[in-house]
Design a protein around this ligand. Structure first.
Ligand code: ADP
Length: 472
């Protein structure tokens, strides 16, 4: 709490009343002094000291004890109205009275302090429980932060309390004791800052500091929640944008394919009538059809809508299908297949049609981007639980900064010639097709120059006698 320097009026009243009570008791007992023993006087004064101490605290208790001690001697011990004491035993009575009242004042005060501390703790726990329930129940994390700031303001009696998501709060000037910044941390990570400000210097006692630290932790959790909610909203917005884009691509692709079929049919008819341009129209229509097909597949793969027929197949069947598929391509005679060294038939669980697309794409790229007569190597091996197909060429390779980007849809390297390659969808689709079968496609630079594209699929144990399967 910001310290207030004005004495509370209740304190003054208690002091004045206690002194009046002491005076009244002294006068009253003096009037009937003849009927009283020193025990009566001592107990009555002790009562006043304890009542004053209970109401006004230790200082008042000690003051009353000393005053009562003096009055005891002066008014009630012969010779009266002098500080001298006639009977030496009265010294003992007087000393016993002084010690008893001082000790009793201390004990009473300590008990009161303990009770007050317990009361403060109870209030603190109750406030934290209420705050915890409130912050858990509010719909928006921002409201929880506002509630926490409010509790800090009212509990510590400061004028301002802000909770900011900025990790570095405003730095108070070195001498500015009226501003305090508390870093907000969750698992040793700073997520924001809590700033309290007051018109007077802020001085917190240990209990207040403890309370502030606990609330700062609540605030840190609130800030973290605000951040997570913002992230979830962003992710949801992205997901919706993705869904919209996929739906758009699917719709547009479908609308483009219908007229394409008509164009192809007309071009085909014209070609059969000997029209010279009809063949290239048909070729372009085919290219466009493939592009639209790729787009559709990409949107289905992105949306997780592409169904895979995962079955037991052999690596050799896949390699054989790919070799057959690319046999007509320019440079296909440079393709050189290297089988697994162990000679065992390798089995895997994969979709043979889609895997053929992946591997054929990698081989087509190697033939397309590699130098014309240099061999392109296609190898297969088993690595632990995976079947690994590799396509290695002696082409230009991929610069380090682009090795991941080539798997992004529509990526073409800067300066790529428009007449070489397609639309940049091949590798994006290949990677997604591999992942949809719990496999992967990745790039590695080839020692000595060129590229190695690796296509991995889950391997399977040999199901029946290997002799039932033939190598191609
Ligand atoms: P594209 O249809 O353009 O070939 P891909 O997705 O198959 O699209 O490939 C993306 C880019 O990756 C290509 O434009 C090319 O620059 C690069 N690339 C792919 N394969 C190779 C390779 N074997 N060697 C060199 N660059 C390659």
């Amino acid at each position: 709490m910001a310290r207030s320097h004005r004495a509370p009026p209740r304190r003054v009243v208690v002091w004045v009343l206690s002194l009046i009570a002491l005076a009244a008791v002294t006068v009253g007992m003096a009037a009937i002094r003849g009927h009283l023993t020193t025990a009566h006087v001592a107990l009555t004064f002790l009562l006043v000291v304890l009542l004053g101490s209970a109401a006004g605290g230790r200082t008042l208790g000690l003051l009353l004890a000393v005053l009562a001690f003096v009055l005891f001697n002066y008014v009630f011990l012969p010779p009266y109205y002098t500080v001298a004491i006639e009977d030496p035993f009265d010294w003992i009575v007087l000393a016993a009275f002084l010690v008893t009242s001082i000790v009793a004042t201390h004990l009473l005060n300590r008990a009161q302090q303990r009770a007050e501390e317990a009361r403060q703790r109870a209030i603190e726990v109750e406030r934290l429980a209420v705050l915890g329930a409130e912050t858990l129940n509010v719909g928006r994390a921002e409201d929880a932060l506002a509630a926490i700031a409010n509790v800090i303001r009212t509990t510590l009696g400061v004028e301002h309390c802000d909770i900011s998501l900025d990790r570095a709060g405003p730095t108070p000037a070195a001498s500015d004791a009226s501003i305090m910044n508390v870093p907000l941390q969750v698992r040793a990570r700073t997520v924001g800052v809590l700033r309290i400000a007051h018109s007077a210097p802020i001085a917190l006692d240990p209990a207040q500091r403890r309370f502030l630290d606990v609330l700062a932790y609540y605030a840190a959790l609130g800030v973290e929640r605000v951040r997570l909610v913002a992230e979830a909203e962003r992710a949801e917005a992205l997901r919706q944008a993705d869904a919209l884009r996929n739906a758009l691509i699917a719709g547009v692709s479908h609308d483009v394919r219908t007229p394409l079929t008509t164009i192809k049919a007309i071009a085909h008819r014209l070609a059969s009538h000997g029209s010279p341009d009809a063949a290239s129209i048909e070729e372009e229509a085919d290219r466009l059809d493939r592009f639209v097909g790729d787009l559709l597949d990409l949107s289905r793969l992105n949306a997780g809508d592409m169904s895979m027929h995962l079955e037991l197949n052999t690596a050799d069947d896949l390699v054989g299908a790919v070799v057959h598929h690319v046999r007509e391509l320019p440079g296909a005679q440079a393709l050189c297949v290297r089988h697994d060294q162990s000679g065992a038939v390798l089995f895997g669980t994969f979709d043979i049609v889609q895997s053929m697309r992946v591997l054929a794409n990698l081989v087509e790229n190697a033939l397309k981007y590699g130098p014309p007569v240099t061999p392109v190597e296609l190898f297969v091996e088993r690595c632990g639980g995976r079947l690994r197909f590799g396509v290695a060429d002696r082409g230009p390779g991929i610069p380090p900064g682009e090795q991941d980007r080539i798997f992004e849809p529509f990526y073409r390297p800067p300066g790529a010639r428009p007449d070489v390659g397609g639309a940049g969808l091949g590798l994006a689709i290949a990677r997604r097709l591999a992942e949809a079968q719990h496999g992967a496609v990745r790039y590695e630079p080839r020692p000595g120059g060129g590229s190695i594209f690796l296509f991995e699929l889950p391997a399977a144990a040999t199901p029946v006698a290997p002799a039932a399967f033939t190598r191609f």
